[in-house]
Design a protein around this ligand. Structure first.
Ligand code: NAD
Length: 486
């Protein structure tokens, strides 16, 4: 059987390149496909195509026509649902449950959601007094920003790419997108769907490749890119910001996290355990919102550690379609090495390993995959690297606390500020503590419950700006105020 090659999509055409790299399945290390890395000339061509298209019909057609096209893209994803699910699973190894209930449906929903929202938003209008008594009228209009670079990570590949793409297209922009080198497949399928939906050539371009000294860097450096929207590691965000500074490009950043879960003494114990299992181990801990720091009231500490250990040991590291599939592999061998290094450092720093810490034993081809055991530590101080640096794996550290103020200060004493989860039956406490946490998203008695209209993003090292609902439309459009003297 010949190996499939993922091509770039530039100016409405699928184009290969001289340099192909391997796309590896993290379940068993097998080769899934080869990927055409876009070089500098291809990046230039894609940006040029987007620049040309941005002065063409896309931004000029009515908003309602553009929104119809977005819905057609959503329908196109639905029509090829099984292909998308299969491709996402092959690239990431994630459970069928996850890909078929979250990744792909949410990818399609992003287009429907922003299509509906874009048609209903208003802009500001102010009547003002003038000395002659006739007054003036101010009103704002939304215009596209121009050409937007969309750079996406590998953990929720289609979902996070479309989360940016849909509002950017709705606002009339043209796009050059780059998925992660680890997960090129659903992005390529999406380019086919967008092509078939009749989006004019150049409006959406897709480039494959790596970050530094490759496609990602060439794209973010390009002087004809007007804005960059990026989800990924904080260190990458910092590098992109440095490169973008020269042309003062607009930036939207969703970056890393070191999120806390707080379990108060009055929490519904079962709900807190179940919620923390999800917030620590979902997607093998590879969600930016996952809790890596768990703080449990001292009265519950021992019981909580024992129960979380018991449930973690019940997780099954299985093939994606497996009956009792709970946990997939990490994305790559390289990432597994990073995660295992974090575990070893935690042990060297005096951490107590409660469960996991190593690589599961398999007697089949999974031996060549990127699996790691679900892992729990206790016993470390706040200065330990496991509590300061993002791991992005199936791991948490559990610490006891005694007082509300103390735990708030501890949770805030981090360089990150993305999300937190609080477990308590006392809603006054829920409100009071939520307000004091230095994060962009707080969940009380739940985790990862998302209303797409709400602001989403982080502070400190976790990002710049907010996405979601109107916040996305604001980033992807320029407002011009028109003042008319009456
Ligand atoms: P990453 O930063 O390594 O890569 C993300 C993307 O940036 C990839 O497409 C990569 O090729 C590209 N890239 C890398 N270096 C670049 C450079 N110098 N110039 C331009 N592009 C470059 O991140 P990752 O490992 O793919 O994703 C995991 C990270 O993403 C974690 O830190 C996680 O917390 C974060 N994340 C954040 C959110 C959020 O909403 N805040 C969501 C998902 C993931």
């Amino acid at each position: 059987m010949t190996t499939k090659t993922h091509k770039n999509y530039i100016a409405g055409e699928f184009i290969s390149s001289d340099h192909l790299f391997d796309n590896i399945n993290p379940i068993d290390g097998s080769l899934i496909s080869r990927v055409a890395e876009a070089d500098q000339a291809m990046v230039d061509n894609a940006v040029l195509a987007a620049v040309k298209a941005s002065s063409g019909e896309w931004s000029a057609i009515s908003l309602s026509e553009r929104c119809k096209v977005l819905r057609k893209i959503a329908d196109g994803i639905d029509a090829r649902f099984d292909e998308f699910v299969e491709a996402e699973i092959a690239d990431t190894g994630k459970p069928y449950e996850h890909a078929s209930k979250i990744d792909i449906p949410r990818g399609a929903e992003n287009f429907r959601f922003f299509s509906d929202l874009a048609k209903t938003v208003s802009t500001e209008c102010f009547e003002m007094d003038t000395p002659d008594g006739n007054g003036a009228l101010n009103y704002a209009i939304r215009k596209p920003m121009g050409v937007i670079a969309v750079i996406a990570p590998w953990n929720l590949p289609l979902l996070l790419l479309t989360w940016k793409l849909a509002p950017a297209l709705a606002m009339g922009n043209c796009i050059v997108a780059k998925p992660s080198e680890e997960t090129p497949s659903t992005a390529t399928l999406l380019a086919e769907v967008i092509h078939d939906a009749g989006v004019p050539p150049g409006v959406f371009n897709l480039l494959h490749g790596f970050g530094p000294n490759s496609t990602g860097e060439y794209l973010t450096k390009h002087e004809d890119i007007d804005a960059i929207t990026f989800t990924g590691e904080s260190a990458t965000g910092s590098e992109i910001m440095r490169v973008a500074a020269k042309d003062v490009k607009s930036l939207s950043f969703e970056l890393g996290g070191k999120n806390a879960a707080i379990i108060f003494e009055d929490a519904d114990f079962e709900a807190a355990i179940e919620g923390t299992m999800k917030s620590v181990f979902s997607n093998c801990g590879q969600v930016c919102l996952c809790s890596e720091r768990v703080y449990v009231h001292e009265s519950l500490f021992e019981k909580f550690v024992l129960e979380l250990k018991k449930r973690a040991e019940m997780l099954v590291e299985n093939w994606p379609e497996g009956q009792s599939m709970n946990l997939g592999p990490l994305i790559s061998q390289e990432h597994r090495k990073k995660v295992l290094d974090c575990f070893n450092r935690a042990i060297n720093e005096g951490g107590k390993l409660i469960t996991g810490g190593g690589v599961p034993k398999f007697s089949d081809t999974r031996k060549a995959g990127s699996w790691v055991e679900p892992t729990i530590f206790t016993g470390l101080g706040e200065e330990a690297s496991l509590l300061t640096d993002e791991v992005f794996g199936p791991v948490c550290h559990i610490s006891p606390f005694s007082a509300e103020n103390e735990v708030i200060d501890t949770v805030n004493s981090t360089k990150y500020g993305l999300a937190a989860a609080i477990w308590t039956k006392d809603l006054q406490k829920g409100h009071r503590v939520s307000k004091q946490l230095e994060v962009g998203v707080v969940w009380v008695n739940t985790w990862f419950l998302r209303d797409l209209r709400t602001p989403f993003g982080g502070i400190k090292l976790s990002g710049i700006g907010r996405e979601g609902g109107l916040h996305s439309l604001d980033f992807y459009s320029e407002l011009t105020n028109i003042c008319i003297k009456l």
